[in-house]
Design a protein around this ligand. Structure first.
Ligand code: HSE
Length: 298
């Protein structure tokens, strides 16, 4: 009674969709081993790769698992091992991967009492302890795959959106720490109507582009008038990287989640490689360690 779960990294926001859009990467993630045991409750037995709390109530995976078991009024017991491939605070959904992996694996071991869409709410409970607010824009794509749109968090209403076949993501992770809390604190409470109009025009067009495989429309929609201008100042070299990615033919480029990772979307793998190498070159002048991944969106 053991399952091994791949817990994918995710990109939230995707330029114009702050707190609502997300996508799932298939090349980066954690692994979790979950075992059903006789003793009721959830015990986290081991974490490798990152220094994170083992206490169930302080760990996003533990909190998400308990939320699910409470909803079921279940006295089943589970032991969880977490092997982190995603660095905490990197902006590619580290906590979401753990929260989503825990509820996905436990659901499997219980013969799937919940649909994947229903699991999003429990995973979001786990996310809450990592960032203070229950966002679903990382946990939704981690569980459902592909692109997702969170229309509402309360009540939860998540829509899975099709992904054009050739769409790829390039993610560069500069190894500096940007805490989600800090990168939310730089945002303005109010936005001028003019900017809001541009933003919702882009969000609607981005979704339409995904449904119609229209890469040019997708490219025109990948802009963010509201969040990126404030957050990008926390990421050294952001403007230079973005320019390099777009010059190399990326459809768009922006901050992944709350940063510091930066993503670019491309049409096809050849262009993804060109964009990755342009971003790497652009970052050569900065004395900041970084890694780059190219991934399908699945
Ligand atoms: N949408 C959230 C943000 C994701 O950008 O703050 C952070 O995990």
């Amino acid at each position: 009674d053991t399952v091994r779960v791949f817990c994918p990294a995710t990109i939230a926001n995707i330029s114009c969709g702050f707190d609502v859009l997300g996508l799932c990467l298939d090349a980066v993630g954690d692994e979790m081993i979950i075992k059903k045991v006789d003793r009721p409750g959830v015990v986290i037995t081991k974490i490798t790769g990152q220094d994170l709390p083992l206490e169930t109530e302080k760990n996003v995976a533990g909190v998400a698992a308990l939320a699910m078991l409470n909803a079921l009024k279940s006295d089943a017991g589970f032991e969880i091992e977490i092997h982190k491939g995603i660095k905490a605070g990197s902006g590619i959904g580290s906590s979401a991967a753990s929260a989503a992996g825990a509820v996905f694996g436990i659901n499997k071991l219980l013969n799937e009492p919940f649909t994947k869409a229903e699991l999003v709410a429990f995973a979001a409970e786990g996310e809450k302890i990592a960032s203070g607010v229950a966002h679903a824009d990382n946990v939704a794509p981690a569980l459902l795959g592909g692109f997702t749109l969170v229309r509402s968090c309360d009540p939860l209403d998540v829509i899975a959106i099709p992904v054009p076949d050739e769409l790829m993501a390039v993610v560069i992770h500069p190894q500096i720490e940007v805490r989600t809390e800090d990168s939310r604190a730089v945002l303005k409470e109010n936005i001028p109507l003019k900017k809001a109009i541009v933003q919702w025009g882009n969000v609607g067009a981005l979704v339409a582009a995904l449904y119609s495989n229209d890469y040019e429309l997708l490219s025109r929609s990948l802009h963010d008038e509201i969040v990126e201008p404030h957050r990008s100042i926390l990421i050294p070299g952001f403007d230079k990287l973005k320019k390099a990615a777009l010059k190399a033919g990326a459809l768009g480029c922006g901050i992944s989640g709350s940063g510091p990772s930066i993503f670019a979307l491309t049409k096809g793998e050849t262009n993804a490689k060109e964009v990755a190498s342009a971003m790497k070159n652009a970052y050569a002048d900065f004395d900041i360690q970084h890694d780059i991944h190219i991934s399908k969106i699945n």
